[in-house]
Ligand binder design. Structure first.
Ligand code: ADP
Ligand code: TPW
Ligand code: MG
Length: 570
């Protein structure tokens, strides 16, 4: 604030900062530069935590996961044009995954951009952001900052959460106005994500259908984890006695060791269930769109779906009982409508599931105990599985192909919102951004289990991890490449195959370059020892875990999605 003879003044810089703080948004993830360098400095001086990254995409992924973990929009701050575009991938990712996030980007002068006269980093950012997010706003006047930030917050967190773009032209920051009027123009958003109660008839329709089920199944998605209705969901699952399947980021909402978990009998329950209750999960590609071979006989299923977004209903298959509302309210309403003597599902159904679980778990157990050198996925992940069991508060970040698919099925989770991964797009590159966002927002230790390719997308952010001294332990599953390191160039030329990296790279040395702890690990015992040391010390650590380059399969578990050429196939 500045004083003139007549009045006390404020400006755009301070109004944005005050509006964020007023709404309890106290962390910014970004990359500085024109026109937002001073904004970052002033924000830090005013008590906001400003974390600088090496690339905006990772700042954006940190903001997106902050939104998921806290139910408040994560804030990402970038410069114009190229910085904005780098952040936009993460904004689109947040929208696709239903995570609340606000991307605030500085932009060039409107007059020059609109006449396309070639300004510094000129780009019509608002127009480009619009189709990729839930809402996009531009603020031209300092007196509108309060309302603009209130709109951005509401758009991000209400209804189905998602990404919001806020365009901040360079001139806005320096605009001055009377400080009292400025303070009065700010809005503290009241009830930003209002509860949305389901209609009574929707609840009774769902209950009536559920009563007819002989082979019921509940599917929990990351929307259920996001909703933070953990007690209600647990009560519903346990009172109903219905087996449940967690989607990957819903693992741990109930512990994976819960007797009603059908995780290890996934194929059986999808194929055989007759009534499926979807809670905060979409019938998209991750669930084969609710149809096809994995879902058994056509017409063998009826769906109940709980979701805050009415248009999600019937998106892929007919939903017999749509229950639209927030998950906490909907699940509570179902619970209330269930009689106290609600019958447990028929025992032939639950017995068949338990038998399948036991067989599958027994088949897996010996593989997880192998101490082979070089390691295979089972050996290395068996060691990490034990560590998460002993330290259930650790947040697990996971990406890769085989590294992702094996870790998801092998590592049991015990607490809600502890497993963060590639989400709806199966995107590579979320690793270090999510690890940083999770460590910053929760103060909990993070274990990032990364394919060597996956790690490369955000690897430079280990400098960020070291700079802020975050308790992040990265394990790079180094199999010399994408899926496996064994492909050869069929021409015999000197270029290696497109999926192959430098053999025997030492990712651990990258971490040492920034003052973190680097460990070279060749056995599951080595990995376990190093991870335990890292989690005990809280020091930034990277473990290069040498994995047999023959161990993986093409595209992990989704190789069937690859188009095949029939012409000249070698
Ligand atoms: P998964 O990938 O785990 O299957 P999805 O991202 O496909 O999960 O689905 C999440 C769903 O949860 C979305 O359809 C979203 O609208 C819904 N959702 C998110 N938050 C809530 C909430 N608080 N109440 C109800 N539905 C929600
Ligand atoms: C933004 C395509 C899917 S999985 C993967 C790529 C490049 C890497 C797999 O190798 P990795 O794991 O991580 O070494 P592993 O254990 O199987 O060897 N670009 C983006 N997203 C995706 N999904 C891809 C490319 C892909
Ligand atoms: Mg690999």
């Amino acid at each position: 604030m500045a004083d003139t003879a007549e009045e006390t003044l404020t400006d755009g810089f301070h109004l944005i900062i005050d509006a964020l703080k007023l709404n309890d948004l106290n962390t910014i993830y970004g990359v500085p530069g024109i026109p937002i360098t001073d904004f970052g400095r002033i924000a830090q001086a005013e008590g906001i935590r400003v974390l600088s990254f090496r690339h905006e995409q990772h700042a954006g992924y940190a903001a997106a996961i902050a939104g998921y973990l806290t139910k408040k929009p994560g804030i990402c701050l970038t410069v114009s044009a190229p910085g904005f575009l780098n952040g936009l991938t993460a904004l689109a990712h947040a929208t696709t995954n239903c995570f609340p996030m606000i991307l605030m980007s500085g932009s060039s002068e409107r007059e020059i951009v609109d006449l396309q006269q070639g300004d510094y980093e000129e780009m019509d950012q608002l127009a480009i952001a619009k189709p990729l997010c839930k809402a996009a706003f531009r603020v031209l006047h300092a007196e509108d900052i309060g309302i603009a930030i209130a709109r951005a917050i509401r758009a991000a967190v209400s209804g189905r959460p998602g990404g919001v773009y806020l365009d901040l032209p360079a001139k806005l920051f320096g605009q001055v106005m009377n400080a009292d009027a400025g303070a009065k123009s700010l809005v503290k958003v009241i009830d930003p994500a209002p509860r949305q109660l389901p209609a009574a008839e929707a609840v009774s329709r769902a209950i009536d259908l559920l009563k007819t089920a002989k082979r019921p199944l509940i599917i929990l998605g990351k929307g259920a984890a996001y909703a933070q209705a953990d007690a209600e969901i647990t009560a519903f699952v346990e009172k109903s006695g219905i087996p449940y399947l967690p989607m990957s980021m819903a693992k741990g909402l109930l512990p994976d060791t819960h007797p009603q978990s059908a995780g290890p009998a996934r194929s059986l329950v999808l194929e055989e269930a007759d009534v499926v209750v979807m809670i905060g999960a979409r019938l998209n590609w991750l669930l084969s769109h609710g149809k096809g071979k994995s879902w058994g006989e056509p017409g063998s299923k009826q769906f109940i779906q709980i979701d805050i977004e009415p248009r999600e209903m019937d998106s892929n298959v007919e939903i017999k009982a749509p229950v639209v509302g927030d998950i906490g309210s909907c699940v509570s309403a179902l619970l209330e409508a269930m009689a106290d003597d609600w019958p447990t599902p028929p025992s032939d159904w639950t017995d068949a599931i338990n038998a399948k679980k036991e067989t599958n778990l027994a088949r897996m157990a010996p593989k997880l105990q192998n101490n082979n050198v070089p390691m295979d996925y089972h050996g290395a992940l068996g060691a990490l599985r034990t560590i998460i069991k002993q330290r259930p508060e650790v947040i697990l970040v996971n990406e890769g192909a085989n590294t992702l698919d094996f870790a998801r099925s092998i590592i049991d989770m015990y607490q809600p919102r502890k497993r963060l991964d590639v989400g709806t797009w199966g995107v590579m590159g979320i690793g270090m951004g999510q690890a940083i966002g999770a460590a910053v927002e929760t103060g909990k230790p993070v274990l990032a289990i990364e394919g060597d390719s996956a790690f490369g997308f955000s690897g430079m952010e280990i400098e960020t991890i070291c700079r802020y001294n975050l308790p992040v332990c990265v394990v790079v599953f180094n199999n010399n490449g994408i899926y496996r390191g064994t492909d050869v160039n069929p021409t015999g030329g000197s270029d290696v195959a497109p999926t192959v990296f430098v053999k025997d790279s030492r990712y651990d040395k990258m971490m040492e370059a920034f003052g973190g702890v680097g460990v070279y690990a060749t056995s599951p015992d080595d990995v376990a020892r190093a991870v335990n040391d890292a989690l005990d010390s809280g020091k930034p650590t990277l473990i290069n875990a040498v994995i047999d380059e023959n161990a993986g399969t093409e595209s992990g578990r989704i190789g069937n999605l690859n188009p095949q050429s029939v012409v000249g196939k070698k």
